[in-house]
Design a protein around this ligand. Structure first.
Ligand code: DGL
Length: 290
């Protein structure tokens, strides 16, 4: 590709999709790390949750979401949803001719990196049922070939509605976290990967329950670090410096948000998660994408 067209490409937004609102935590991580980039976000709110669905269904939804975002003209796709990253990355890569970054690989690699110096490397993962069943995190950790690494994982499905309800400090949330994390606590991990988009919203409860000597790893933040490196490597980072020209804020009109249902609820939860609702939010139908 010549220099001019590479420069044009670098001005395109980054696509992000999630099963719903949870991916906003990944959007925030990307936005914080890459203030010169614009984002197009799709939340598949009509079909959420993905975490209890089958491989075939998650693949089909993920392909439709990816094709929709590709049709908007993006330079890179970030699959914010851990479940879709665990189950559907190969199918997505087959369906669109754009670089795709999921959250599982970055989260797993960061966990390995952070435990590398220890004698016994104990990594814990919490995620949706489908992500746990897929074994994607342990497989990704195994791919690093780091010796003496032990992994434990547990599904924490109730964390998703608790985060969306904004129950971030209630007694009930602490009690549920205590149950979900008891085996993990007994395992004695050094790090705990938050392998679901919603879990960073509950990081205070999770952190206090598991204990302060366990480091929490946000897979969305890990993905944002890898996206930043990939943009540099591929010469795709936007050099326009929009942040300096006009100021840059979460959910401002440089970023475009789409949902497949219930836009008002999405805006309300965005307000709860990010402290601000998207200024450009549209409800769409994905009919005919695949
Ligand atoms: N976005 C999903 C994930 O990160 C959580 C919500 C769902 O089950 O769809 O796995």
């Amino acid at each position: 590709m010549n220099r001019e067209s590479q420069k044009d490409l670098s001005k395109l937004p980054i696509g992000i999709f999630d099963s719903g609102v949870g991916g906003l935590t990944v959007y925030r991580a990307l936005h914080d790390r890459l203030p010169n980039e614009k984002f197009v976000y799709l939340g598949d709110t009509a079909r959420v949750p993905y975490g209890t669905k089958s491989l075939a269904t998650v693949e089909r939804y993920a392909i439709e979401n990816s094709q929709f975002l590709a049709s908007k003209g993006i330079k890179l796709l970030v699959v914010a949803c851990n479940t879709a990253s665990a189950l559907a990355l190969p199918a997505i890569r087959n369906a669109i001719g754009i670089d795709v970054v999921g959250v599982i690989g970055p989260g797993a690699r960061k966990a390995v990196k952070m435990t590398r110096e220890s004698e016994n490397k104990r990594i814990a993962i919490i995620a949706t049922e489908a992500t746990v069943l897929s074994n994607a995190y342990p497989d990704s950790i195994a791919e690093t070939k780091e010796p003496r690494t032990d992994v434990i994982q547990n599904a924490c499905p109730l964390f998703v509605p608790l985060a969306e309800e904004g129950w971030t400090a209630e007694d009930e949330t602490y009690s549920i976290a205590g149950k979900y994390l008891s085996d993990i606590k007994a395992f004695g991990p050094e790090v705990l990967v938050l392998g679901c988009t919603h879990y960073p919203i509950l990081s205070k409860v999770i952190g206090e329950t598991i204990g302060e000597n366990v480091t929490l790893i946000d897979s969305g933040e890990a993905a944002a670090e890898e996206v930043s490196l990939l943009l540099e490597e591929k010469d795709l980072a936007n050099s326009e410096q929009i942040s300096y020209n006009r100021g840059r804020h979460l959910c401002d009109d440089l970023d475009h948000f789409f949902v497949t249902d219930a836009a008002e609820r999405f805006a309300n939860v965005a307000q709860r998660f990010l402290g601000v609702a998207p200024s450009r939010l549209e409800a769409i139908e994905l009919i005919g994408m695949s």
